[in-house]
Ligand binder design. Structure first.
Ligand code: ZN
Length: 247
């Protein structure tokens, strides 16, 4: 089975469409690690597109705040503005879909999915020490996580943890990770709609478990078009500018 692994789409339909076009014909089942909405200008378009992909999906922290399942006061002031805007613009059927997304972990066909850390969907996993729980306690050799908007991850074998960072070359390109026997992986496909690892291209992964290969993809998209829609919507300037920086 080849899985398309999407995370942190954040209401950016231009980045999502460019990613789906690049991935066309290369996957059979979609997975989504949460944060479908918030920050971006297209919460309804993105929610409808995700629904149509019929993915195995879990919720993210922004999905919770937008649908009032978590306290908006936990967000910084700019994120609060974006979350209120998203609440006000998400149609009720889409609101209902986002509100019913299940909490991770979710398990399928030898893979595990979480939004943040293995035991806490709101925790960030940036450093190897933060990755240990997921690497050791997940029932699957391969676990996907999101939340940080950094593509890459960690592997663990014989007491040794390694950082995985495979930046794809310019263009719509992927870098391939070959899975090794007796090794455990905690992998982040990166963010479709708001990358923060310094590469502004949309990020996702394709997991081919039959051939034990993970493809880490980066796809350029029309960032200026998204920024214009954010401007028209009155979303905060720093959120508009960070798309071009990928930070
Ligand atoms: Zn996110």
């Amino acid at each position: 089975m080849r899985f398309l692994v999407l995370s942190d789409i954040h209401a950016n339909s231009t980045a999502l469409e460019a990613s789906l076009a690049a991935a066309e014909g290369r996957w059979e089942r979609a997975l989504c690690l949460g944060d479908v909405v918030d920050y971006g200008p297209d919460p309804n378009e993105v929610t409808e597109r995700v629904k149509a992909l019929a993915p195995i999906i879990i919720r993210g922290n922004h999905d919770k705040v937008v649908t009032e399942l978590a306290d908006i006061e936990d967000f910084n002031p700019l994120a609060q503005i974006a979350a209120r805007w998203t609440r006000d613009h998400l149609r009720s059927d889409n609101f209902t879909y986002i509100a019913q997304l299940p909490e991770g972990p979710a398990h399928t066909d030898g893979l595990t999915m979480v939004h943040g850390a293995y035991h806490d969907e709101d925790e960030y996993v940036f450093a190897p020490a933060q990755a240990m729980d997921g690497l050791l306690e997940s029932p699957s050799a391969v676990t996907f996580f999101g939340h940080t908007h950094y593509q890459g991850g960690f592997s663990y074998r014989d007491g040794q943890i390694r950082v995985i960072h495979l930046p794809p070359e310019p263009g719509p390109k992927f870098a391939a990770l070959r899975l090794e026997p007796a090794t455990r992986y905690l992998l982040n496909p990166g963010s479709i709609g708001q990358p923060r690892d310094g590469d502004p291209r949309a990020a996702f992964a394709i997991a081919d478990l039959d051939h034990q290969v993970i493809e880490f993809w980066r796809v350029p998209y029309d960032i200026a078009a998204v920024q214009e829609r954010m401007q028209s919507a009155g979303l905060p300037l720093p959120l508009i500018e960070r798309l071009a920086a990928g930070r």
